[in-house]
Design a protein around this ligand. Structure first.
Ligand SMILES: C[S@@+](CC[C@H](N)C(=O)[O-])C[C@H]1O[C@@H](n2cnc3c(N)ncnc32)[C@H](O)[C@@H]1O
Length: 239
């Protein structure tokens, strides 16, 4: 089975580029703007085509961003420079240097099962320098279990039709999305994406066990926190 995004890489930004950029602007970039005042190193997990790296480098040019993704297709398609690419699993990676920031945008961490997210938090703690921050946006339980409980829709761009079928699998407490790309009568590919959600308290508790203290959790579009929002922005600090 091909991994998710290997086929979508070519048209990912056509369909998601604008929304992904806006998510970075409202979430991670806004937090980093408050936390940085000079050059800093950033590791982006589940970086995909590097939408986040590009947005951060435009808005905060002193940041030096390295992009990690398990899909080499996504990194290559985004022309992420080779010396700023790491092809690896974000649930099991090791890096040499102590980064100032680890970030993850546009719900990339929702691709990790609960044990894998716990493992990722351990890797993040090792990758950060003391005092460094983990900043990420994360889709909430409401999205997976309610908004996407049983939802189908299609978008058309440049002659391509991307059909999405979301389904919440209660028995496994996870969301399954089947994406199908068509042009005319031809089906170009089909991919299945599985996403999970960890509740904020469990996430905080596991992170604390790895020396990552929660600084704030907020809704993506305001400074307040409401459990039923679609997307939360987390800021954690390595003690
Ligand atoms: C929703 S996309 C987000 C891409 C990018 N962060 C953005 O803002 O456009 C999720 C990304 O996570 C990557 N991904 C999913 N599971 C992964 C894993 N276990 N390790 C590394 N990358 C993973 C996918 O390949 C994909 O590029």
């Amino acid at each position: 089975m091909t991994i998710a995004y290997a086929q979508w890489a070519d048209t990912y930004e056509l369909f998601e580029g604008v929304t992904a950029r806006e998510t970075w602007r409202l979430g991670i970039a806004a937090e980093l703007a408050k936390l940085t005042d000079g050059p800093a190193t950033v590791l982006d997990l589940g970086a995909g085509t590097g939408v986040g790296a590009r947005f951060l480098c435009e808005s905060l040019p002193e940041l030096d961003v390295t992009s990690l993704d398990r899909s080499g297709e996504m990194l290559d398609r985004g022309k992420v420079p080779e010396n700023r690419q790491i092809v690896a699993d974000m649930a099991d990676f090791r890096v040499e240097q102590g980064y100032d920031f680890v970030v993850s945008g546009f719900d990339a961490l929702n691709y990790l099962s609960l044990p894998d997210l716990a493992s990722c938090l351990s890797c993040v703690a090792d990758a950060l320098r003391p005092g460094g921050y983990l900043v990420f946006d994360y889709s909430t339980r409401k999205v997976l279990t309610s908004d996407w409980a049983a939802l189908e829709y299609e978008n058309e761009k440049d002659g391509f039709r991307l059909h999405r079928r979301h389904h919440y699998e209660k028995a496994f407490d996870r969301s399954r999305t089947v994406l199908t790309l068509r042009r005319g009568d031809e089906t170009l590919w089909r991919e299945t994406h599985i996403q999970y959600v960890m509740d904020p308290f469990t996430l905080e508790e596991i992170a604390r066990g790895h020396g990552l203290e929660t600084v704030s959790v907020r809704n993506i579009d305001s400074d307040v926190y409401s459990p039923a929002h679609t997307t939360h922005v987390y800021v954690l600090r390595k003690v």
